[in-house]
Write a protein that binds this ligand. Structure first.
Ligand code: ATP
Length: 365
């Protein structure tokens, strides 16, 4: 692997608080780059989203897509506004189009609690929540997006699709991630979430999972039905390590997972394919709080750290890995030691208070 130190980053702030949390993440990225050294991000801000649709009639302009194709990674805020819709009534969601365009099959959704930070649950034995849910992001029930049919106003059908090719890549990705996490002290275990007791598609999914699991004897594996997973995410979330599931199940469970650790403002995410990746907070544009300075930027800041981790591992760039760790540590200090809390978790700190605390913690590291 040849070492890279200069990266082109396509930045798509989007709409609503997407713009505000991206501004926050860029300040933190700059501070981390200065402190860690050894690499350079060339950030290019690009138009896309509901605002762009209103102004120019296109939600994802061709020039933006081309720049994204040529970039090393894509950092995205949030897109769509309830008041702006396509003629058929659906919302503007170029972030979904990017997943399909770049074949970003692995939706990586980490959930973690911080000491003294928000948490919906407390483990009587003092455990921390720290698991990663991987949501397949290009097929499953979402394969039917835009293709559902209504027959004679009598019935409607959407079809769920599981392919061997995507499933093999998805499971290999999940086991590789569990292996990386094991090296950092996590259990090294992958749980498949399915409904194999009812559906042929999920029995097939499970069969492929077991085949791939056999190639990773150092990593544990098991299966859990999706209904039992919902129960256990509330009953014993501190016991999970890596979970992998179909698109629709992952859509639902990742919001539940975010709810366990303080809500959408604390939920970073990455959509990763074989060659490209989009990093974005799991939340939407939150029109109710846009422009008020109340947006919690932690999810976006942690998504930026995930981008540095991914770039560092892919291109063998230790500076990126150092910067990612600086950001993660600084966020932990901001929440656990400085007690910074935004309005979504009952505090009164602003977006810029969080940024200042994180940037200071990086400078003091
Ligand atoms: P989408 O469909 O695009 O995911 P949504 O309307 O379902 O969006 P969000 O926009 O993610 O949901 O958020 C719902 C509500 O949660 C917001 O209206 C806002 O009050 C709150 N919220 C979401 N993200 C944040 C954040 N980063 N900081 C503070 N509050 C947030």
């Amino acid at each position: 692997m040849t070492q890279h130190t200069s990266f082109r980053i396509a930045v798509l702030p989007g709409d609503g608080i997407g713009i505000e949390v991206i501004d926050a993440a860029l300040e933190v990225l700059n501070a981390a780059q200065e402190k860690a050294g050894g690499y350079r991000l060339n950030l290019e801000s690009l138009p896309a989203g509901a605002g762009e649709y209103v102004t120019n009639g296109v939600a994802l302009p061709e020039d933006t897509l081309k720049a994204a194709e040529e970039s090393d990674a894509i950092l995205l805020g949030a897109m769509g506004l309830p008041s702006v819709r396509y003629p058929d009534g659906t919302e503007i969601a170029p972030q979904l189009d990017l997943r399909f365009h770049f074949n970003l099959y692995a939706g990586v959704r980490p959930s973690m609690t911080f000491a003294n930070g928000p948490s919906a649950l407390v483990d009587p034995r003092g455990g921390d929540i720290n698991f990663v849910l991987i949501r397949e992001s290009t097929e499953g029930l979402f394969a039917s997006r835009g293709k559902g049919v209504v027959v004679d106003d009598r019935e409607a059908r959407d079809t769920l699709v599981i392919t061997r090719d995507t499933s093999e890549r998805l499971f290999d990705f999940s086991f590789e991630l569990a292996r990386q996490r094991k090296a950092q002290g996590h259990p090294g275990h992958v749980t498949l979430v399915d409904k194999a007791n009812v559906f042929t598609s999920f029995a097939f999914f499970r069969e492929i999972f077991d085949e791939r699991a056999a190639n990773y004897p150092d990593i544990g594996s098991d299966h859990l039905y999706v209904d039992a997973t919902a129960l256990d995410m509330v009953r014993r979330p501190w016991e999970f390590d890596v979970l992998v599931t179909e698109n629709m199940f992952g859509d639902i469970l990742s919001d539940l997972a975010a709810g366990l650790v303080g809500g959408m403002g604390f939920a970073p995410s990455a959509d990763i394919g074989d060659n490209n990746a989009v990093f974005q907070p799991a939340h939407g544009t939150a029109p109710d709080i846009m422009g008020t300075g109340k947006a919690n930027p932690v999810a976006c800041i942690l998504s930026a750290a995930m981008m540095l981790d991914w770039l560092g591992a892919k291109h063998d760039t230790p500076g990126c890995l150092r910067a990612a760790q600086l950001i993660k540590d600084a966020v932990a200090i901001t929440i656990s030691e400085k007690g910074i809390k935004t309005a979504d978790v009952g505090g009164s700190h602003s977006t810029s208070d969080v940024v200042r605390a994180v940037v200071d913690a990086i400078a003091e590291a």
